[in-house]
Design a binder for this molecule. Structure first.
Ligand SMILES: [Zn+2]
Length: 337
Protein backbone atom coordinates (compact mmCIF):
# COMPACT_ATOMS: atom_id res chain seq x y z
CA UNK A 1 0.00 0.00 0.00
CA UNK A 2 2.56 2.62 1.13
CA UNK A 3 5.09 1.25 -1.35
CA UNK A 4 2.69 1.89 -4.23
CA UNK A 5 2.06 5.42 -2.93
CA UNK A 6 5.82 6.10 -2.88
CA UNK A 7 6.07 4.98 -6.53
CA UNK A 8 3.07 7.09 -7.50
CA UNK A 9 4.45 10.19 -5.76
CA UNK A 10 7.86 9.68 -7.39
CA UNK A 11 6.11 9.71 -10.79
CA UNK A 12 3.99 12.75 -9.84
CA UNK A 13 7.07 14.67 -8.72
CA UNK A 14 8.97 13.79 -11.90
CA UNK A 15 6.17 15.12 -14.07
CA UNK A 16 5.64 18.24 -11.89
CA UNK A 17 9.33 19.15 -11.96
CA UNK A 18 9.52 18.66 -15.73
CA UNK A 19 6.91 21.36 -16.37
CA UNK A 20 8.36 23.93 -13.97
CA UNK A 21 9.04 27.24 -15.76
CA UNK A 22 10.06 29.72 -13.11
CA UNK A 23 11.32 29.99 -9.57
CA UNK A 24 7.83 30.76 -8.12
CA UNK A 25 6.41 27.54 -9.60
CA UNK A 26 9.43 25.66 -8.24
CA UNK A 27 8.73 27.03 -4.75
CA UNK A 28 5.11 25.83 -5.00
CA UNK A 29 6.39 22.34 -5.85
CA UNK A 30 8.79 22.45 -2.91
CA UNK A 31 5.98 23.31 -0.52
CA UNK A 32 3.74 20.62 -2.07
CA UNK A 33 6.32 17.85 -1.55
CA UNK A 34 8.71 18.96 1.19
CA UNK A 35 6.58 21.42 3.18
CA UNK A 36 5.53 20.76 6.80
CA UNK A 37 2.14 19.50 5.60
CA UNK A 38 3.52 18.26 2.29
CA UNK A 39 3.25 14.93 0.59
CA UNK A 40 6.53 13.53 1.95
CA UNK A 41 5.79 14.34 5.57
CA UNK A 42 2.32 12.74 5.27
CA UNK A 43 4.01 9.60 3.96
CA UNK A 44 6.29 9.60 7.04
CA UNK A 45 3.11 9.82 9.15
CA UNK A 46 1.78 6.72 7.37
CA UNK A 47 5.09 4.93 7.96
CA UNK A 48 4.31 4.99 11.69
CA UNK A 49 1.26 2.78 11.01
CA UNK A 50 3.25 0.18 9.05
CA UNK A 51 4.16 -3.18 10.62
CA UNK A 52 7.57 -3.64 12.23
CA UNK A 53 8.63 -6.04 9.46
CA UNK A 54 7.79 -3.55 6.71
CA UNK A 55 9.18 -0.42 8.42
CA UNK A 56 12.96 -0.71 7.56
CA UNK A 57 12.41 -1.20 3.80
CA UNK A 58 9.65 1.42 3.57
CA UNK A 59 11.70 3.87 5.65
CA UNK A 60 14.61 3.40 3.28
CA UNK A 61 12.40 4.01 0.20
CA UNK A 62 10.92 7.14 1.81
CA UNK A 63 14.36 8.53 2.65
CA UNK A 64 15.47 7.90 -0.94
CA UNK A 65 12.38 9.74 -2.22
CA UNK A 66 12.97 12.72 0.09
CA UNK A 67 16.65 12.92 -0.90
CA UNK A 68 15.83 12.73 -4.60
CA UNK A 69 13.21 15.48 -4.34
CA UNK A 70 15.58 17.69 -2.32
CA UNK A 71 18.47 17.19 -4.78
CA UNK A 72 16.31 17.81 -7.86
CA UNK A 73 14.84 20.88 -6.26
CA UNK A 74 18.26 22.31 -5.35
CA UNK A 75 19.80 21.71 -8.75
CA UNK A 76 16.88 23.32 -10.59
CA UNK A 77 16.87 26.24 -8.18
CA UNK A 78 20.62 26.83 -8.85
CA UNK A 79 19.90 26.79 -12.59
CA UNK A 80 17.11 29.36 -12.26
CA UNK A 81 19.29 31.61 -10.10
CA UNK A 82 22.12 31.63 -12.67
CA UNK A 83 19.56 32.48 -15.36
CA UNK A 84 18.47 35.42 -13.20
CA UNK A 85 22.07 36.60 -13.03
CA UNK A 86 22.14 36.58 -16.83
CA UNK A 87 18.97 38.66 -16.97
CA UNK A 88 20.72 41.26 -14.79
CA UNK A 89 23.23 41.84 -17.64
CA UNK A 90 20.29 43.04 -19.75
CA UNK A 91 21.21 41.99 -23.27
CA UNK A 92 19.21 43.93 -25.82
CA UNK A 93 19.05 41.65 -28.83
CA UNK A 94 17.45 44.37 -30.96
CA UNK A 95 20.59 46.57 -30.84
CA UNK A 96 22.87 46.43 -33.91
CA UNK A 97 26.02 44.33 -33.47
CA UNK A 98 29.53 45.71 -33.03
CA UNK A 99 31.29 45.63 -36.36
CA UNK A 100 34.90 44.49 -36.46
CA UNK A 101 37.04 47.26 -37.94
CA UNK A 102 38.44 46.45 -41.34
CA UNK A 103 41.94 47.69 -42.11
CA UNK A 104 42.80 49.66 -45.22
CA UNK A 105 45.92 50.63 -47.10
CA UNK A 106 48.08 53.25 -45.40
CA UNK A 107 48.09 56.60 -47.18
CA UNK A 108 51.79 56.15 -48.02
CA UNK A 109 51.09 52.74 -49.61
CA UNK A 110 48.22 54.27 -51.57
CA UNK A 111 50.45 57.12 -52.77
CA UNK A 112 53.23 54.74 -53.80
CA UNK A 113 50.71 52.44 -55.53
CA UNK A 114 49.47 55.39 -57.56
CA UNK A 115 53.02 56.42 -58.50
CA UNK A 116 53.87 52.81 -59.46
CA UNK A 117 50.76 52.48 -61.62
CA UNK A 118 51.61 55.63 -63.59
CA UNK A 119 55.25 54.66 -64.23
CA UNK A 120 54.38 51.03 -64.99
CA UNK A 121 51.99 52.31 -67.67
CA UNK A 122 55.03 54.10 -69.19
CA UNK A 123 57.10 50.90 -69.32
CA UNK A 124 58.96 51.06 -65.99
CA UNK A 125 59.37 47.91 -63.90
CA UNK A 126 59.75 47.94 -60.09
CA UNK A 127 63.09 47.01 -58.51
CA UNK A 128 64.05 46.90 -54.83
CA UNK A 129 67.25 46.68 -52.81
CA UNK A 130 68.52 46.35 -49.22
CA UNK A 131 68.07 49.04 -46.57
CA UNK A 132 71.44 48.22 -44.98
CA UNK A 133 74.01 49.30 -47.52
CA UNK A 134 77.76 49.41 -47.84
CA UNK A 135 79.48 52.76 -48.06
CA UNK A 136 80.39 51.75 -51.62
CA UNK A 137 76.78 51.49 -52.85
CA UNK A 138 75.37 54.33 -50.77
CA UNK A 139 78.13 56.87 -51.62
CA UNK A 140 81.19 55.85 -53.58
CA UNK A 141 79.59 54.27 -56.67
CA UNK A 142 77.20 57.22 -56.80
CA UNK A 143 80.12 59.57 -57.28
CA UNK A 144 80.02 61.09 -53.78
CA UNK A 145 83.47 62.50 -53.12
CA UNK A 146 85.10 61.17 -49.92
CA UNK A 147 84.59 64.57 -48.26
CA UNK A 148 80.98 65.06 -49.46
CA UNK A 149 78.83 66.58 -46.68
CA UNK A 150 76.16 63.83 -47.06
CA UNK A 151 78.64 61.40 -45.55
CA UNK A 152 78.78 63.51 -42.42
CA UNK A 153 77.77 61.92 -39.12
CA UNK A 154 74.95 64.51 -38.90
CA UNK A 155 73.03 62.92 -41.77
CA UNK A 156 73.94 59.25 -41.92
CA UNK A 157 73.28 56.37 -39.55
CA UNK A 158 76.56 54.48 -39.60
CA UNK A 159 76.36 50.81 -38.57
CA UNK A 160 80.14 50.52 -38.62
CA UNK A 161 83.04 51.81 -40.73
CA UNK A 162 81.74 50.13 -43.90
CA UNK A 163 77.94 49.91 -43.55
CA UNK A 164 75.17 52.50 -43.27
CA UNK A 165 71.38 52.60 -43.23
CA UNK A 166 70.87 53.81 -46.79
CA UNK A 167 70.29 57.56 -46.96
CA UNK A 168 68.53 57.33 -50.33
CA UNK A 169 67.23 54.67 -52.74
CA UNK A 170 69.94 55.55 -55.29
CA UNK A 171 72.16 52.55 -54.37
CA UNK A 172 69.44 50.36 -55.92
CA UNK A 173 70.25 52.04 -59.26
CA UNK A 174 73.84 50.79 -58.95
CA UNK A 175 72.68 47.27 -58.07
CA UNK A 176 70.22 47.28 -60.98
CA UNK A 177 72.84 48.40 -63.51
CA UNK A 178 75.44 45.94 -62.16
CA UNK A 179 73.06 43.03 -62.73
CA UNK A 180 71.36 44.15 -65.97
CA UNK A 181 72.72 45.26 -69.30
CA UNK A 182 71.00 48.27 -70.98
CA UNK A 183 68.28 49.03 -71.74
CA UNK A 184 67.09 49.32 -68.12
CA UNK A 185 63.93 51.16 -67.15
CA UNK A 186 62.73 50.82 -63.57
CA UNK A 187 61.50 52.64 -60.51
CA UNK A 188 62.95 51.81 -57.11
CA UNK A 189 60.79 52.47 -54.05
CA UNK A 190 61.82 51.95 -50.43
CA UNK A 191 62.62 53.20 -46.95
CA UNK A 192 65.57 55.50 -46.34
CA UNK A 193 67.13 56.82 -43.12
CA UNK A 194 68.57 60.16 -42.08
CA UNK A 195 70.07 61.09 -38.77
CA UNK A 196 67.94 64.22 -38.42
CA UNK A 197 65.98 65.76 -35.56
CA UNK A 198 62.31 64.76 -35.83
CA UNK A 199 60.07 67.73 -36.60
CA UNK A 200 56.99 68.58 -38.64
CA UNK A 201 59.26 68.79 -41.72
CA UNK A 202 61.72 65.93 -41.22
CA UNK A 203 61.77 62.42 -39.83
CA UNK A 204 64.57 59.91 -39.17
CA UNK A 205 62.99 57.44 -41.62
CA UNK A 206 60.95 58.11 -44.75
CA UNK A 207 60.27 56.68 -48.20
CA UNK A 208 61.61 57.52 -51.61
CA UNK A 209 60.94 56.32 -55.09
CA UNK A 210 63.60 56.75 -57.74
CA UNK A 211 63.51 56.07 -61.44
CA UNK A 212 66.22 55.16 -63.91
CA UNK A 213 66.21 54.79 -67.68
CA UNK A 214 69.40 53.89 -69.55
CA UNK A 215 69.61 53.13 -73.25
CA UNK A 216 71.29 54.45 -76.37
CA UNK A 217 70.26 58.05 -77.12
CA UNK A 218 68.26 58.78 -73.96
CA UNK A 219 67.87 62.56 -73.78
CA UNK A 220 66.97 65.25 -71.26
CA UNK A 221 63.91 65.98 -73.42
CA UNK A 222 62.70 62.42 -72.78
CA UNK A 223 63.28 62.92 -69.07
CA UNK A 224 61.18 66.08 -69.12
CA UNK A 225 58.44 64.44 -71.16
CA UNK A 226 58.22 61.47 -68.79
CA UNK A 227 58.13 63.60 -65.64
CA UNK A 228 55.62 66.10 -67.02
CA UNK A 229 53.38 63.21 -68.03
CA UNK A 230 53.70 61.75 -64.52
CA UNK A 231 52.98 65.10 -62.81
CA UNK A 232 49.89 65.73 -64.90
CA UNK A 233 48.50 62.25 -64.20
CA UNK A 234 49.30 62.46 -60.51
CA UNK A 235 48.60 66.08 -59.58
CA UNK A 236 46.19 67.22 -62.31
CA UNK A 237 46.13 67.99 -65.99
CA UNK A 238 46.05 71.79 -65.80
CA UNK A 239 49.31 72.39 -63.93
CA UNK A 240 52.24 74.45 -65.19
CA UNK A 241 55.78 73.23 -64.55
CA UNK A 242 59.36 74.40 -64.61
CA UNK A 243 62.80 72.81 -64.29
CA UNK A 244 65.44 74.60 -62.23
CA UNK A 245 69.13 73.69 -62.39
CA UNK A 246 70.38 71.89 -59.32
CA UNK A 247 73.20 69.62 -58.18
CA UNK A 248 73.39 65.91 -57.34
CA UNK A 249 76.69 63.98 -57.33
CA UNK A 250 75.32 61.20 -59.54
CA UNK A 251 73.66 63.28 -62.29
CA UNK A 252 74.95 65.92 -64.71
CA UNK A 253 73.18 68.12 -65.58
CA UNK A 254 70.82 68.03 -62.60
CA UNK A 255 67.47 69.74 -62.11
CA UNK A 256 64.59 70.14 -59.72
CA UNK A 257 61.05 70.10 -61.03
CA UNK A 258 58.42 72.52 -59.74
CA UNK A 259 54.72 72.53 -60.52
CA UNK A 260 52.27 75.36 -59.98
CA UNK A 261 50.72 75.09 -56.53
CA UNK A 262 47.44 73.26 -57.08
CA UNK A 263 45.92 74.86 -53.99
CA UNK A 264 46.34 78.52 -54.99
CA UNK A 265 47.00 77.88 -58.72
CA UNK A 266 50.13 80.01 -58.56
CA UNK A 267 48.68 82.92 -56.59
CA UNK A 268 50.63 82.13 -53.41
CA UNK A 269 49.50 80.37 -50.22
CA UNK A 270 50.83 78.79 -47.03
CA UNK A 271 51.59 75.40 -48.66
CA UNK A 272 53.76 76.93 -51.42
CA UNK A 273 55.19 79.55 -49.02
CA UNK A 274 53.64 82.31 -51.16
CA UNK A 275 55.80 81.42 -54.18
CA UNK A 276 53.04 79.80 -56.26
CA UNK A 277 55.41 76.88 -56.96
CA UNK A 278 55.91 73.47 -55.35
CA UNK A 279 59.11 71.46 -55.73
CA UNK A 280 58.06 67.87 -56.45
CA UNK A 281 61.25 65.99 -57.41
CA UNK A 282 64.92 66.00 -58.33
CA UNK A 283 66.28 64.59 -61.59
CA UNK A 284 69.10 64.66 -64.11
CA UNK A 285 71.16 62.80 -66.67
CA UNK A 286 73.21 59.96 -65.14
CA UNK A 287 76.80 61.12 -64.60
CA UNK A 288 79.24 59.20 -66.89
CA UNK A 289 81.34 58.53 -63.76
CA UNK A 290 78.50 56.38 -62.37
CA UNK A 291 78.47 54.34 -65.59
CA UNK A 292 82.18 53.61 -65.04
CA UNK A 293 81.40 52.01 -61.66
CA UNK A 294 78.81 49.64 -63.15
CA UNK A 295 80.72 48.83 -66.33
CA UNK A 296 78.44 50.62 -68.80
CA UNK A 297 80.06 52.24 -71.83
CA UNK A 298 79.38 55.96 -71.36
CA UNK A 299 80.24 56.62 -75.00
CA UNK A 300 77.42 54.31 -76.08
CA UNK A 301 74.77 54.79 -73.41
CA UNK A 302 73.02 57.73 -71.79
CA UNK A 303 70.39 57.70 -69.11
CA UNK A 304 68.28 59.76 -66.80
CA UNK A 305 67.37 59.37 -63.14
CA UNK A 306 64.83 61.02 -60.90
CA UNK A 307 63.66 60.69 -57.33
CA UNK A 308 61.02 61.96 -54.95
CA UNK A 309 60.03 61.53 -51.32
CA UNK A 310 56.76 59.67 -50.93
CA UNK A 311 55.82 61.45 -47.67
CA UNK A 312 56.48 64.82 -49.29
CA UNK A 313 54.46 63.80 -52.34
CA UNK A 314 51.50 62.74 -50.16
CA UNK A 315 51.84 65.92 -48.07
CA UNK A 316 51.70 68.08 -51.20
CA UNK A 317 48.82 66.19 -52.75
CA UNK A 318 46.64 66.07 -49.64
CA UNK A 319 47.73 69.31 -47.95
CA UNK A 320 49.25 67.56 -44.89
CA UNK A 321 51.57 69.86 -42.95
CA UNK A 322 53.26 67.48 -40.49
CA UNK A 323 55.29 64.43 -41.59
CA UNK A 324 54.99 62.81 -38.14
CA UNK A 325 51.30 61.97 -38.64
CA UNK A 326 52.25 59.23 -41.14
CA UNK A 327 53.94 57.21 -38.39
CA UNK A 328 51.71 57.84 -35.37
CA UNK A 329 49.06 55.30 -36.46
CA UNK A 330 46.23 57.54 -35.30
CA UNK A 331 43.08 56.05 -36.85
CA UNK A 332 41.42 59.49 -36.91
CA UNK A 333 44.09 60.52 -39.45
CA UNK A 334 44.44 57.22 -41.35
CA UNK A 335 40.70 56.72 -41.84
CA UNK A 336 40.45 59.90 -43.93
CA UNK A 337 42.16 58.25 -46.89
ZN1 LIG B 1 50.00 77.77 -53.14
Amino acid sequence: MLEEKIKQITDDFNSDIKSVEDIQKLEEIRIKYLGRNGVVSSLFDELKKASNEEKPALGKSLNLLRNKITEDFNSIKTRFESLDDLKEIKIDLTLPGTRRQIGSKHILTQTLDEIKTIFQSMGFSVYEGPELESDYYNFEALNFAPDHPARDMQDTFFINKDFVLRTHTSPVQIRLMESHKPPVRAIMPGRVYRNEAVSARSYCMFHQVEGLYVDTDVTFAELKGTLVSFAKQFYGDDLKYRFRTSFFPFTEPSAEMDITCFLCHGGGCKVCKQTGWLEILGCGMVDPNVFKYVGYDSEKYTGYAFGMGIERTAMLKYGIDDIRVFFENDLRFLKQF
